[in-house]
Design a protein around this ligand. Structure first.
Ligand SMILES: [Fe+2]
Length: 184
């Protein structure tokens, strides 16, 4: 399977619809809704010079929280459901990054002494539910992956994307960047 593909207009429409639907999700204690969170993460990725795959992963990293996306993988955590969705609609590389964004958090907690202090209270709470800091064997396995560094980049944009005053790309601009398209 190719890691990137040219999206059809239909796929872009699906992504656009589901991106906007993130605004209807509960904020789970964070100061921004899930659409603002997604747009901020994508905006940070673009500002950091990231290419389309990383922007797509940043933009869609929490899409697995949508009920219809979660329903495709019953009982799975949101990053696994999101990975399936993003792999199908964007490509395997972006999908892998989405699936790795929780493991990247656990790896960063285990390797960066200052990282935990950057997490929101909600993210600290969910860390325990997600398994806590990565243990030695799983940490080593993750860090050996050639895309682990990119997964941690996505994770840091995710962590920063909770500023109620941040200015962001519009959903359409973010999708353009994520899909490697020129703004229309
Ligand atoms: Fe997130």
């Amino acid at each position: 399977m190719p890691t990137t593909s040219v999206p059809t207009a239909e796929i872009r429409d699906v992504l656009h619809r589901d991106l906007l639907a993130l605004a209807d999700l509960p904020d789970d204690g964070e100061p921004v809704d899930q659409l603002a969170h997604a747009l901020q993460a994508a905006t940070l990725a673009v500002a950091d010079g990231a290419g389309p795959v990383l922007v797509a992963a940043a933009l869609l990293h929490d899409v697995g929280r949508l009920a219809h996306v979660a329903a495709a993988l019953p009982g799975a955590p949101h990053e696994r459901a999101g990975a399936v969705y993003v792999t199908r609609h964007v490509g395997a590389e972006a999908g892998w990054l989405v699936g790795a964004h929780v493991m990247a958090k656990r790896a960063l907690v285990a390797t960066d002494p200052g990282y935990r202090a950057t997490l929101s209270p909600t993210s600290v709470r969910t860390l325990a539910e997600q398994g806590g800091p990565a243990a030695d064997a799983e940490l080593a396995r993750f860090l050996r992956h050639p895309r682990a560094g990119n997964a941690m980049r996505v994770r840091r944009w995710d962590d920063l994307a909770k500023d109620p005053a941040a200015r962001t790309l519009t959903p359409e601009q973010a999708l353009d960047a994520a899909l490697g398209q020129r703004p229309c």
